[in-house]
Design a protein around this ligand. Structure first.
Ligand code: PLP
Length: 441
């Protein structure tokens, strides 16, 4: 029998020989840990080291690890019926669509894909087709925000506003424009948060006008910018963006890939702002990442434009795995767990408590700002509180590594190429216990 240490070494060697990791500049210098198992908020590597996963993987394991109920739901469904293409239908897909509409307040058609990037690609394609069939074929451009992340495929990456993610992959898809998001911590001195947010929202309207409104198809944004450094808008911002969309016939796509399924303390992030998006994309927390699944939810009156007798007016997008029966069964069970254990309320409660605890850090010379919504928090590190110069990569790495040595995994976000990569991110499973909470603090 090999000891755990020997086994880990062998696996680490095989990893080095054969695997090419995501964001591999981190990993190729220092091999990634080989994770063996997970339970609750904790993961354990092959050498037996335990870590509290303060990032829920990639902001996705909302109900925590080791849920046998989810494994059982997948196994039962696979044994009964493993696959149906979504040109046909099956029970878990139908029940999940009904459940999502309940959470969204009705009025949406549900289209299944595999990943957050896929869901956004679907949104872009159907928005363009909608305008074509609605008598406005010149509308093809999308506006998103700098610092936003919307995925890795060519369209979703084009919508992404982080220079780092696009660097060396350009040219990407034409027709994607960007405006600056509200960054309340760095707003001009003396300006109120509300005025600043209204001004930032107005930038969408200016872009629409200067680009000719007849060419603008849609706006895509997250309820709050997550991967770009936890930038939470004032509610007037989101309301104003919706107003601008309505005024100019532009469809509003809300990307809930991270913010959905309780992460921000509501079922969906946009529900904090009392808006009704035209299109909503979701993934990650929908299955808590136990299986891949994503959704593009489309307002029913938009869908009507596709439901006609006219030749080729239907949405001709297809993917093999979208709406996989086991993935839908897992999503249904996952949502059942979220509701049964009141994890949305828990996210809100834990988030508020953690925000209060972390606020104590603002006296620290390198902590510029602490912010969060639900169990999704950010700590912005600076070199100098007066100038707000972003903390160096070395300083950020030192803290992340220090946390890891103490058994806590946290993230860092921002945009290295643009000179910002200075926001520590904390986004643990919503099912974290009080002991887990104390450990993080
Ligand atoms: N949208 C947002 C806001 C995301 O954070 C991500 C991934 O992190 C995506 C889309 C893309 O999702 P995926 O990685 O599943 O393609």
């Amino acid at each position: 029998m090999k000891s755990a240490k020997e086994k880990a070494l062998t696996l680490a060697e095989k990893d080095k020989e054969n695997l090419w990791h995501q964001i591999s500049s981190y990993n190729e210098k220092k091999r990634p840990m080989v994770v063996e198992k997970g339970a609750g908020a904790w993961i354990t590597d092959h050498e037996g080291n335990r870590y509290l996963d303060g990032m829920s993987g990639l902001w996705c394991v909302n109900v925590g690890y080791g849920r046998t109920e989810l494994a059982d739901a997948a196994a039962e469904q696979m044994k009964k019926l493993a696959y149906v293409p979504m040109t046909q239908s099956h029970e878990p897909a139908i029940l999940l669509a009904e459940k999502l509409n309940e959470l969204l307040g009705g009025e949406y058609k549900i289209f299944y894909s595999n990943s957050g990037s896929d869901a956004n690609e679907v949104a872009f394609k159907l928005v363009r087709q909608y305008h074509q069939q609605n008598g406005e074929p010149s509308r093809f451009k999308f506006i998103s925000r700098y610092r936003a992340y919307h995925g890795s495929s060519m369209g979703a990456l084009s919508a992404t506003g982080q220079a780092l993610r696009k660097y060396k992959y350009e040219p990407l898809s034409p027709g994607f424009l960007h405006v600056a998001p509200p960054d309340n911590y760095r707003r001009p001195p003396g300006q109120s948060v509300e005025d600043y947010n209204l001004q930032r929202a107005q930038e969408f309207e200016e872009k629409i006008i200067w680009e000719q409104k007849e060419t603008i198809a849609g706006i895509i944004m997250e309820p709050l910018i997550t991967g770009g450094g936890i930038l939470i808008p004032h509610p007037v911002y989101v309301k104003k963006v919706q107003e601008i969309c309505k005024r100019h016939g532009v469809l509003l796509i809300i990307d809930e890939v991270i913010c959905g399924f309780g992460r921000t303390g509501k079922a969906f992030g946009h529900q904090h702002f009392n808006i009704k998006p035209d299109i909503i994309t979701m993934a990650k927390g929908m299955t808590s990442a136990y299986l891949p699944l994503s959704v593009t939810a489309i307002r029913k009156d938009i869908y009507d434009q596709f439901d006609t007798e006219e030749e080729n007016s239907h949405f001709r997008h297809i993917n093999t795995f979208g709406g996989n029966p086991a993935a839908c069964a897992v999503a249904l069970k996952n949502i059942e767990i979220i509701e049964r254990e009141s994890l949305i309320e828990r996210s809100s409660e834990l988030g508020e408590r953690l925000l209060k605890e972390l606020a104590n850090l603002t006296d620290h010379p390198y902590v510029g700002d602490v912010r969060g919504l639900g169990f999704l928090l950010g700590i912005e590190l600076v070199e100098n509180k007066e100038t707000k110069e972003p903390a160096t990569a070395e300083r950020v790495a030192k803290i992340i590594n220090g946390c890891k040595e103490h058994g806590l995994i946290i993230g860092k976000n921002g945009d290295t190429v643009a000179g910002f990569n200075n926001v520590l991110t904390i986004s643990p499973p919503l099912s974290s216990t009080d002991e887990d909470f104390e450990f993080i603090v």
